[in-house]
Design a protein. Structure first.
Ligand code: ADP
Length: 314
């Protein structure tokens, strides 16, 4: 029940980021292929894909660092010009260079001065990343995990509406990974939207509320984590008269949900409903399908498939 009400809340919330058919070519390499996704307010959104799948390219484009070859993106429903909207975005792309001999507080004072921000949020953000106790210790004594957490604190200084993180646990030891995940979840729970790029299924599964799985710049699956995980009973259906097929399927008692997926319909059915039975049902109503595809067994299988594939081509 809790999950359902939470989902309704997410779905009615503002779209923080909308990416529409984004493409990027680097010379001959198609790094992104018509990628579309929506990040709604209050979600921890995972962009999941193996190395080289286009995650950093996507983040680079939406942050205005890389030029797209096609498609578009929009922050906060386009309420503000982009340069103003981007001020509401906190970014952690790689560990920034802090001054080794300065403390956490002094380093954040430098960041605040550079960004034209006040110092009043320094304590709050250091508490958020569990570094307040160590606020006066020089940066050079920090573990990698603490350095990374200080970078998160720096990204939070401007009190952004969304935090963008690229592989935030890269290189950390197990304790550092656990700390960072817990902090990200707490930031999410405090109401901030988070967009997190990661190649680690376990991480996305544990932290995120929504996920987009990408491979070689193409979207494989997207949605609420639990839906994508529970995808055994997901069918993709195509027909010349899609609307008629949709009306027909809506009558089937074992069809739970139907949503358009490009030129196809994504149909969520009860687990025990065979795709042949559905095909027959449609046929008996005088309609026919041009495409019927049972989707993989969810995030894990999708992800295993995509990484296995990459090993073949490596
Ligand atoms: P990820 O972040 O998922 O590891 P990237 O977005 O970094 O993926 O890279 C996507 C693809 O684009 C990869 O094949 C990568 O080698 C290629 N690529 C990334 N940046 C450049 C660039 N500046 N020039 C040429 N190819 C690039």
């Amino acid at each position: 029940m809790i999950a359902i009400s939470a989902k309704i809340q997410y779905n009615s919330a503002m779209t923080v980021l909308e990416i529409t058919q984004l493409s990027k070519r680097y010379g001959k390499l198609q790094a992104l292929q018509e990628l579309s996704l929506q990040v709604r307010q209050g979600n921890i959104y995972g962009l999941l894909g193996p190395n080289g799948s286009g995650k950093t390219t996507t983040l680079g484009i939406i942050l205005g660092v890389i030029r797209a070859s096609g498609g578009s993106y929009r922050w906060f429903d386009g309420q503000q010009p982009e340069h103003l909207a981007r001020r509401r975005v906190g970014v952690l792309l790689e560990t920034p260079n802090f001054y080794p001999y300065l403390s956490a507080v002094k380093n954040l004072e430098v960041v605040a001065a550079i960004k034209g921000l006040g110092r009043e949020r320094i304590q709050t953000v250091l508490e958020q990343v569990n570094l307040w106790e160590r606020r006066d210790t020089p940066f050079r004594t920090y573990s990698l995990g603490m350095r990374q957490r200080l970078a998160v604190a720096a990204a939070l200084l401007s009190d952004p509406d969304i935090l963008v993180l690229d592989e935030p646990t890269n290189g950390l030891d197990p304790q550092g990974i656990a700390d960072m995940r817990q902090i990200i979840q707490a930031i999410g729970a405090s109401g901030k939207t988070i967009l997190l790029a990661s190649h680690i299924l376990d991480e996305v599964e544990k932290i995120c509320t929504q996920v987009a799985v990408i491979k070689r710049g193409k979207l494989l699956a997207a949605g609420d984590i639990e839906d994508v995980l529970r995808a055994e009973n997901r069918l993709l259906i195509g027909a010349s008269d899609l609307a008629a097929v949709q009306r027909c399927l809506e009558q089937h008692p074992q069809v739970q949900r139907i949503q358009p997926q490009g030129a196809l319909l994504e149909v969520i059915v009860d687990e025990n409903l065979a795709s042949e039975a559905l095909n027959r049902f449609v046929f008996e109503q005088g309609l026919s399908l041009s495409h019927l595809q049972q989707q993989r067994k969810g995030l894990e299988a999708t992800f295993l498939e995509l990484t296995a594939d990459d090993e073949h081509t490596a």
